[in-house]
Design a protein around this ligand. Structure first.
Ligand SMILES: Cc1cc2nc3c(=O)[nH]c(=O)nc-3n(C[C@H](O)[C@H](O)[C@H](O)COP(=O)(O)OP(=O)(O)OC[C@H]3O[C@@H](n4cnc5c(N)ncnc54)[C@H](O)[C@@H]3O)c2cc1C
Length: 424
């Protein structure tokens, strides 16, 4: 793959086009935002709507990070079950966080509707599929937590799960009717369009290289010259570089790989007929979804090992599709790509205050479509005077995950072995 190749299927298939390469950096802004993914773009959109002069500075193209590469499952909540979130965040923040994250998909789909974002949005729910009895027990606990809040979730038995998936590989599932899917790059580009229309500036192909505290704000150095800002939000997440000391060591980056088939015909109508997307409870998770053209997209933890056409990952994709859908037969692939996820030790995201007027929401643990959108909105609220105590979760100081470099290697080796073993 060369630098000019699209970073994912979504970068080629999205109906929305990006703002295109452009520098045009202002000398001075109220708010400089580093990173053109959901976090940066939602911050820009909501800040601009609140009358703040916001400017997004993206090193590559809009959606170059996780936002243009992900699986597109617009799920509610976070990785951790609601009961554990409540226990971890306590009686003040726990219920508030869960409410905001239960309503996350509605926020995303409302923005899509309001700004007419063309991103193949579906709202028929997603299914968390149980790979084992233990997985089913976990789903039942999640169901109890959400149902107690009156949320529209439903346990599916093995038969109903098999009908919904077109696969008998699972012993049950949790259908979440709040959730849905998007073309993730389409959503990112649509947010960029909406942010611009609201008055935010966007420069792409510009890397921020330094941040220096100065009277009344920050000097933001870039490879195209400096910008002065009253406040700065870093929306760099798993694609964080060395810009702020220690930030990269505050999470463990792991990779997630996806293979997309060519559009499938009527022979595949039995696969996900209701177009719910699926992820499972296996320790090394698998995700499955269709897109608007009928492609089948399968993903799991790890990198692309080899290429779309040959190698370990290709064998893994073939075997997984044959295992899940034995009657489908061989398929042709159109794309294979991977991306980085920022994992935190407790699987909860963070909002760090790095210094006066310098914030970073980070560590979304693979649940970033709603999290980036919610936290971007929260950043704009904070900058327009909201009490920090009213944020969805308490702000934290930066702390290093001492084991991050080791865990990164452990995960990478484990996920590679998983592809090797499941590809045999
Ligand atoms: C393969 C994969 C599958 C996933 N599946 C899902 C899913 O199905 N559902 C879900 O909700 N979430 C999913 N996620 C997680 C989700 O994609 C991310 O959490 C989310 O996109 C993070 O958005 P962000 O804006 O915070 O960061 P990103 O989208 O990663 O953007 C960070 C940006 O910062 C830029 N940048 C970095 N340093 C600099 C610098 N110095 N100067 C300028 N720019 C800089 C990068 O170029 C990048 O564009 C998945 C992630 C991956 C990788």
């Amino acid at each position: 793959m060369s630098d000019s190749d699209p970073i994912s299927l979504w970068a080629r298939s999205a109906e929305e086009s990006g703002p295109g390469p452009g520098v045009a950096l202002p000398d001075r802004v109220d708010l400089a935002i580093v990173g053109g993914g959901y976090t940066g773009l939602s911050t820009a959109l909501h800040a601009a709507q609140a009358g703040i002069g916001a400017h997004v500075i993206e090193a590559q193209e809009i959606g170059h990070g996780g936002s243009g590469r992900n699986a597109g499952l617009v799920n509610a909540g976070v990785w951790m079950p609601p009961g554990k979130v409540r226990a971890a965040l306590g009686p003040d923040y726990g219920p508030r966080f869960l409410r905001r994250f239960a309503d996350g998909p509605a926020l995303v789909f409302d923005l899509i509707e309001r700004h007419q974002i063309r991103c193949e949005a579906t709202r028929s729910g997603t299914i968390h599929a149980a790979h084992s009895k233990a997985g089913l027990d976990d789903l039942q606990a999640r169901w109890r937590d959400w149902a107690a809040m009156g949320e529209p979730v439903e346990m599916l038995d093995a038969r109903t799960t098999a009908d919904a998936l077109g696969s008998g590989a699972y012993v049950g599932g949790l259908l979440d009717r709040r959730a849905g899917t998007v073309n993730p790059m389409g959503y990112a580009r649509g947010l960029a369009r909406a942010a611009r229309a609201a008055g935010a500036g966007i420069s792409t192909g510009v890397r921020v290289t330094g941040l220096t505290r100065q009277a009344g704000g920050w000097q933001v150095d870039t490879d195209h010259g400096p910008v002065t800002a009253r406040a700065v939000v870093l929306g760099t997440n798993a694609y964080t570089d060395g810009l702020w000391p220690g930030l990269k060591a505050s999470f463990t980056p792991i990779h997630y790989v996806q293979f997309a088939t060519t559009p499938l015909g009527p022979e595949a109508d039995f696969i996900l007929p209701g177009r719910q997307a699926v992820w499972d409870t296996a320790p090394v998770m698998t995700s499955i979804r269709r897109d608007a053209r009928g492609r089948l997209i399968i993903g799991s933890m790890g990198r692309v090992i080899g290429t779309r056409d040959r190698g370990v990952s290709r064998r893994w994709a073939d075997r997984q599709i044959a295992r899940l859908f034995p009657s489908l037969g061989p398929v042709a692939y159109e794309d294979a790509w991977d991306g980085q996820i920022a994992m935190t030790p407790d699987h909860l995201p963070r909002i760090h205050v790095l210094d006066d007027g310098l914030y970073t929401p980070i560590g979304y643990n693979g649940r970033g479509i709603i999290t980036g959108t919610i936290f971007g909105q929260a950043m704009a609220d904070l900058l327009t005077g909201m009490n920090p105590a009213d944020l969805p979760l308490p702000v934290s100081d930066l702390s290093r995950v001492a084991s991050a470099p080791v865990m990164r290697r452990v995960y990478a080796m484990g996920f590679a072995m998983n592809q090797v073993i499941k590809g045999i």
